[in-house]
Design a protein around this ligand. Structure first.
Ligand SMILES: C[S@@+](CC[C@H](N)C(=O)[O-])C[C@H]1O[C@@H](n2cnc3c(N)ncnc32)[C@H](O)[C@@H]1O
Length: 297
């Protein structure tokens, strides 16, 4: 019953939010991602799933949704998110693996996955889980790192890089850090039953020298202009797609939110420790965070 799933890039105890975002050196990336999200998010929604939410850097950007479930494998990232966003009914904090989502099918009408596919050795397996927990016509916004970016193309052409940015397979440039070919991600999404209806290219000027020399507002404005070109050609390091859920006939009913990540039995109730009625596995709820991480065998 306890299927083997791919390895997780574990952020437990990491100071990612502080060292990567709060240090001030990524203000450009944060601002252009905010613009892309504004352009892709629907005007409103009921229940959003934020996959790989980290410390909740983006969560306030989903304010049009009535509720947001923040899911991350790292409990310490979720603790930071909870400290930042608070213990409101609006937020559900869930420690779990993207490959084993502990939610009943057809639950969410929105989902985002930003800077997280990047850590997936089996992206199609992860995306299949996202499709399962979403309802028909739900909107999924996916960001992924593009291997066919201008810098990689130039380095390859000049002989400074041995892997080809044009080949469809992902490149693992560091352990559990992957860049993907845009066509491969599009193919996986489509095969799973997502219909892609918009693509934006983002972070075109992610070059330290440019970020030092050119005022932030100018770089952000230029990026905002170029994001639309993503519908035609994609050579930026980051790509955002908006995909709509098709081929989904399940809609969550009866009020259950969770299902056992091991045996897939629905688990009623919230805000308490839970025991699966199917296999007896225990899933703790502590300090406002549900823990559905399956212990290693
Ligand atoms: C680079 S951070 C991005 C955080 C946030 N989305 C942002 O953009 O600020 C990637 C996050 O994905 C989480 N993550 C990686 N693999 C995961 C998995 N298999 N299941 C759940 N979360 C995962 C990590 O714990 C980490 O918080």
């Amino acid at each position: 019953m306890n299927e083997l799933t791919p390895p997780v890039c574990d952020y437990e105890g990491s100071d990612y939010q502080q060292s990567f975002w709060d240090s001030g050196t990524r203000a450009y990336e944060d601002a252009v991602e905010a613009i892309a999200l504004r352009r892709l998010l629907p005007p409103g929604g009921n229940f959003m799933l934020e996959l790989g939410a980290g410390a909740g850097r983006n969560t306030n950007r989903y304010h049009h949704y009535q509720r947001v479930a923040l899911l991350d494998y790292s409990r310490t990232q979720l603790e930071q998110a909870r400290a930042r966003l608070g213990a409101s009914d609006r937020y559900l904090y869930v420690a779990a693996d993207v490959y084993r989502l502990p939610f009943v099918a057809g639950l969410f009408d929105g989902a985002t996955m930003i800077r997280t596919l990047h850590h997936m050795a089996e992206p199609a397996l992860a995306l299949a889980q996202v499709h399962r927990v979403m309802r028909a016509e739900g909107v999924f916004i996916l960001e992924f790192a593009n291997k066919r970016n201008l810098k990689a193309i130039l380095r390859y052409v000049l002989g400074k890089q041995d892997w080809s940015p044009f080949k469809p397979e992902p490149v693992e440039f560091a352990t559990l850090n992957f860049d993907f070919h845009p066509k491969t991600v599009q193919r996986d999404l489509t095969a799973l039953g997502f219909a892609i209806n918009r693509t934006l290219t983002v972070s075109h000027f992610r070059v330290d020298a440019l970020k030092r020399l050119i005022p932030l507002c100018v770089l952000v404005g230029l990026d905002a202009l170029l994001q639309w070109t993503g519908g035609v050609v994609q050579v930026s390091p980051s790509i955002f797609v908006r995909a709509q859920v098709k081929n989904q006939d399940q809609t969550a009913e009866g009020g259950a939110i969770f299902q056992c990540p091991v045996c897939h039995t629905a688990i009623p109730g919230t805000e308490q420790d839970m025991v699966c009625g199917g296999c007896g596995a225990a899933w703790p709820y502590q300090d406002g965070i549900y823990d559905f991480r399956v212990p290693a065998e």
